[in-house]
Design a protein around this ligand. Structure first.
Ligand SMILES: NC(=O)c1ccc[n+]([C@@H]2O[C@H](COP(=O)([O-])OP(=O)(O)OC[C@H]3O[C@@H](n4cnc5c(N)ncnc54)[C@H](O)[C@@H]3O)[C@@H](O)[C@H]2O)c1
Length: 253
């Protein structure tokens, strides 16, 4: 397999499902070896088998982004078993329970922040430590359109995704002269298990979601994966600290 990521070594967190899985496939399709990190061994191994069937070099690492020791171990395993780390995609995220700012429990708040914000920071910390040694690397953080605008009943989710953009911009400036590019992607509503779960909780809202979307359709995980592959590659060498919004025009309105 050859492509824009030929000979690159990539890591995708939350690679077992949805956008993470589509990203693993896009990166492998472009020639990368891929470490798939996920809390869920069943889905993580399913992505692993898919990549192996494509002929890609790949590895599954069971890991929890909310645990500092697990994140460090994930980076150590990737660099030892795949031989380095060129591209990191910090994608793992949870939606948590829907509740308003005044009703959100401390437990719900802490769960969401620990995976979506602290988890991304922990990943970046260890990825940057590794990449600084080689003065080379790319990092893509997965934020959300709700990192750009608010979303009723998702206070911690929206705050975590806004926070990911602040982290991305700060680290991009810190690393601008060190050969490391750091960007963020803000997907709109994409058809994945995360959105399917939301629809289970609120089955009536699908029609109103679609009506708010300028293209009148949800995004597909592959439409996000290929954009992430571009940000990871040497096709985007002047892009850093960038927020790439791929939301079918949702936040343009
Ligand atoms: N689907 C959307 O509409 C949408 C829109 C904007 C942003 N996003 C973001 O994209 C990312 C992926 O979302 P998705 O829709 O593909 O979700 P998903 O639920 O399909 O996949 C998320 C994956 O992350 C893994 N994961 C969850 N917690 C983890 C943890 N603590 N450690 C390791 N892995 C963990 C899950 O096991 C799962 O495989 C998330 O950060 C999400 O917030 C999604």
């Amino acid at each position: 397999m050859t492509g824009i990521l030929d000979k690159k070594i990539a890591l995708v967190t939350g690679g077992g499902s949805g956008i993470g899985r589509a990203t693993c496939i896009a990166l492998a399709n472009e020639g990368a070896s891929v470490a798939i990190a996920d809390l869920n061994p069943e889905t993580g191994n399913s992505t692993l088998n898919h990549l192996k069937n494509m002929g890609a070099k790949a590895l599954y690492i069971e890991s929890d982004m909310s645990s500092a020791s697990s994140v460090k171990e994930m980076i150590d395993i990737t660099t030892k078993k795949l031989g380095g780390l060129d591209c990191a995609v910090n994608n793992a995220g949870i939606q948590g329970e829907l509740s308003s700012t005044s009703e959100c429990s401390e437990e719900n708040w802490n769960n969401i922040i620990s995976v979506n914000l602290t988890g991304v920071w922990l990943c970046m910390k260890h990825e940057i430590i590794h990449m600084l040694k080689y003065k080379s690397g790319t990092i893509v953080n997965v934020s959300s359109s709700f990192g750009l605008v608010g979303s009723p009943n998702m206070p911690a989710y929206s705050a975590s995704k806004h926070g990911v953009l602040g982290l991305t911009k700060t680290a991009a400036l810190e690393c601008a002269q060190a050969g490391i590019r750091i960007n963020a992607i803000c997907p709109g509503t994409v058809k994945t298990p995360l959105v399917d779960n939301l629809l289970k909780e609120q089955p009536d809202i699908m029609e109103s979601i679609i009506q708010r979307l300028p293209m009148k359709r949800l995004g597909k995980p592959e439409e996000i994966g290929i954009s992430i592959a571009w940000l990871c590659s040497d096709k985007s060498t002047f892009a850093t600290g960038m927020v790439m919004t791929i939301d079918g025009g949702l936040t343009t309105q």
